[in-house]
Design a protein. Structure first.
Length: 288
């Protein structure tokens, strides 16, 4: 259980034992560029369990967004396989992939990507309406999430009337309103000042803890990355390093274990921010 980064084996213990949410197996993505080819992702393997909170850092152009798109069924790999809840996405046609995206995955983007002609409330409720949910249930869920992210007073506004922080909080509500198992965020604080950025990270953290959704978050910002249990670094299309987030002063965060079965039960770390979702370890494997 965990992921292999070169010779490093990374363990991200689960809140709930069970199937991995995401398994990326030796993913490659190549793009044609004129007569040449660009390799955006060059053999990435990564496993996220339920409750994992992983930050992905690396220089511009190293393939972070491409990897996120592959993990989120927005694009298909040139080689390798993505499994969501144990099910291979390779077997699915485009309609089925769309259903997976709409029901199992939430996305947050740097540029918010709200639909400009819809109100805030309509933007948040869209995933539920697309899934054919009862309109009364949609209204209830939208109200709950608007309250939770602090945009209740903006429900009837259109995105152009929002501040950056409000727009991103709206985008987070939209990303999680349908209870995704996997939340993917691509530089979600990149267009925000630090106070609003902190609020976004806290919201992502809150969703991670309360729902157990696995989070994979791309960021340039070390303070954002520090919120994650585990920071993975990408270079030239590969994962090259992994580091635990800094341990808590009380030492419970970043608990180390080779396997999930060694993991501290979640009850054992009730005072730790994020509980066991934050526990992660990196051990070195002998070269094989
Ligand atoms: N749709 C595309 N067509 C061609 N090249 C692409 C496409 N998307 C990304 N790339 C290239 O793949 C590489 C990785 O891009 P990207 O995943 O966006 O990196 P990052 O998010 O780390 O900045 C870059 O060289 C980029 O130019
Ligand atoms: Mg990017």
């Amino acid at each position: 259980m965990g992921c292999t980064v070169g010779r490093l084996h990374v363990t991200v213990p689960a809140i709930v034992e069970g199937m991995s949410v995401l398994q990326a197996c030796d993913l490659h993505k190549r793009y044609a560029r004129g007569d040449t080819e660009v390799t955006a992702v060059a053999g990435v393997s990564l496993t996220l369990e339920r409750g994992a909170f992983v930050a992905l850092v690396g220089p511009s152009g190293c393939g972070k967004s491409t990897l996120l798109h592959l993990c989120g069924a927005m694009d298909r790999p040139t080689a390798g396989e993505v499994r969501l809840d144990g099910r291979s996405l390779a077997d699915l046609d485009d309609d089925a992939l769309t259903r997976v995206r709409r029901t199992r995955i939430g996305f947050v983007f740097q540029t918010f990507n709200l639909l400009p002609t819809l109100t805030v409330g309509e933007n948040v409720g869209l995933p539920l309406l697309l899934a054919g949910r009862d309109p009364r249930e949609v209204t209830t869920r939208v109200g709950e999430w608007a309250e939770r992210v602090g945009i209740s007073h903006r429900l009837d506004h259109v995105p152009a009337q929002l501040s950056g922080g409000e727009a991103q909080r709206t985008a987070i509500a939209r990303a999680v309103v349908h209870d995704p198992v996997l939340l993917l965020a691509d530089e979600p604080t990149g267009n925000l000042d630090s106070a609003n950025g902190r609020r976004i990270v806290e919201l992502v953290h809150d969703v991670n803890r309360s729902s157990g959704a696995a989070v994979l978050l791309v960021t340039h910002d070390p303070t954002v990355a520090a919120a994650a249990a585990l920071v993975l670094e990408m270079r030239d299309g590969r994962l090259v390093a992994a580091a635990d987030a800094k341990p808590d002063p009380d030492g419970a965060r970043g608990a180390s274990s080779e396997t999930a079965s060694d993991a501290v039960p979640s009850e054992a770390a009730p005072t730790v921010r994020g509980g066991i979702a934050e526990a992660a370890s990196v051990t070195e494997r002998p070269a094989s």
